[in-house]
Design a protein around this ligand. Structure first.
Ligand code: HEC
Ligand code: HEC
Ligand code: HEC
Ligand code: HEC
Ligand code: HEC
Length: 217
């Protein structure tokens, strides 16, 4: 039989297969690691470069969410405030305090504070805050009791299944628009009737909500 391959081809093929599987395993580990670093676990507080506390600012001091998350009602993103927003108070309050050193340094140098993201959907998913806010979905429905948290954690898994639970039956969740920023809101016992009314009043398109193209475009 003629020899088409050099004598050492078998050994080469073996190494190729072995090398290939090592590569695949390494890739899987890398992907799993990537998912861990990019997706914070539910219920685990995320460390930040400044020990900013939502419970102190939003609950004790009573500062409205929109004072810092200015675009949440009108844009896709809620936005995280620039240092300037902090300095409206901290140019007078606790000046020189070590807890605020990184805020002062950011202000002095004009370098933004690099906040770590708590929620971060994959790029192939479209999300829009204003659409939810204007349809009567409350901050706490998705983010939990932020006003009680020092460091924020992700309160919900933000998986497709979780989004769809509401997109398939929004009437079970909707509240009056006036209650969207009420972090203590509790659904009434007649939620079914109220929800159905609000779906109508806010022109929620229940046919479009569960369709793939609503979130993947
Ligand atoms: C005084 C300013 C301020 C106020 C008021 C405020 N926040 Fe924030 N918020 C921040 C800053 C700064 C961050 C980024 C640091 C962090 O995650 O703690 C943030 C982060 C967040 C995040 C996480 C963002 C991410 O990375 O995914 C959520 C959710 C949030 N805020 C919700 C709220 C809600 C709800 C309210 C009102 C109850 C509120 N915030 C009030 C300043 C504020
Ligand atoms: C509306 C005013 C106001 C704004 C805006 C504000 N703060 Fe504060 N902040 C306060 C007050 C008041 C205190 C508490 C002072 C005290 O109790 O001594 C405080 C305390 C703090 C502390 C110290 C907490 C501790 O452990 O004692 C940090 C850190 C802080 N703020 C960070 C920030 C950051 C970062 C921003 C911008 C995202 C910000 N603050 C925006 C009013 C404000
Ligand atoms: C329907 C669920 C839902 C509601 C309601 C909601 N959020 Fe979010 N929020 C999210 C998701 C999902 C993300 C991550 C978005 C991404 O990664 O693109 C997010 C991200 C954020 C962020 C990080 C910055 C950004 O825009 O990505 C802040 C701050 C925030 N939300 C604040 C709020 C506040 C304040 C409210 C209430 C006025 C609110 N959210 C209501 C789901 C929600
Ligand atoms: C508690 C209920 C609820 C949850 C949870 C929820 N949504 Fe929605 N979503 C709605 C409602 C209500 C609307 C408004 C529909 C309308 O106006 O017809 C909406 C609208 C949208 C839209 C359309 C926005 C536009 O501008 O057309 C997108 C995209 C969307 N949601 C993505 C998501 C994603 C992604 C998640 C999960 C991370 C999610 N939603 C979680 C209730 C919810
Ligand atoms: C309400 C919003 C929403 C709708 C509607 C939706 N998806 Fe998704 N989809 C998501 C989110 C959120 C993720 C997870 C993103 C992440 O993990 O960061 C996702 C992930 C995916 C993935 C990646 C694999 C996985 O399961 O994580 C595929 C594939 C996918 N969606 C297909 C579809 C198809 C097909 C439809 C229509 C039948 C659909 N989606 C409808 C929000 C949605």
């Amino acid at each position: 039989m003629p020899q088409y391959f050099p004598r050492n081809a078998n050994a080469f093929a073996k190494w190729l297969v072995l090398g290939g599987s090592v590569f695949v395993v390494a890739l899987m580990i890398a992907l799993a690691f990537y998912a861990r670093v990019t997706n914070n676990a539910v219920g685990v507080p995320v460390d930040q470069p400044v020990a900013f506390q939502h419970n102190l600012h939003a609950e004790q001091l009573g500062i409205d969410c929109r004072y810092c998350h200015t675009s949440v009602e009108v844009e896709a993103t809620a936005s995280v405030p620039p240092t300037e927003t902090c300095m409206t108070c901290h140019s007078q309050i606790r000046v020189g305090d070590p807890q605020l050193a990184a805020v002062q340094a950011s202000w002095d140098t004009g370098t933004p504070i690099e906040w770590n993201r708590v929620h971060d959907l994959a790029d192939y998913v479209y999300f829009n805050h204003s659409a939810h806010i204007n349809s009567g979905v409350g901050c706490s429905d998705c983010h939990g009791s932020v006003q009680e948290m020092a460091e924020i954690w992700k309160n919900e898994p933000l998986t497709m299944g979780w989004c769809l639970e509401c997109h398939k039956a929004p009437e079970e969740y909707l509240r009056p628009r006036s209650e969207v920023f009420n972090m203590e809101y509790e659904r009434p016992s007649d939620q079914a009737a109220l929800g159905t009314e609000l779906v109508e009043a806010y022109h929620v398109n229940t046919e479009k909500l569960p369709q793939c193209s609503t979130c993947h475009r």
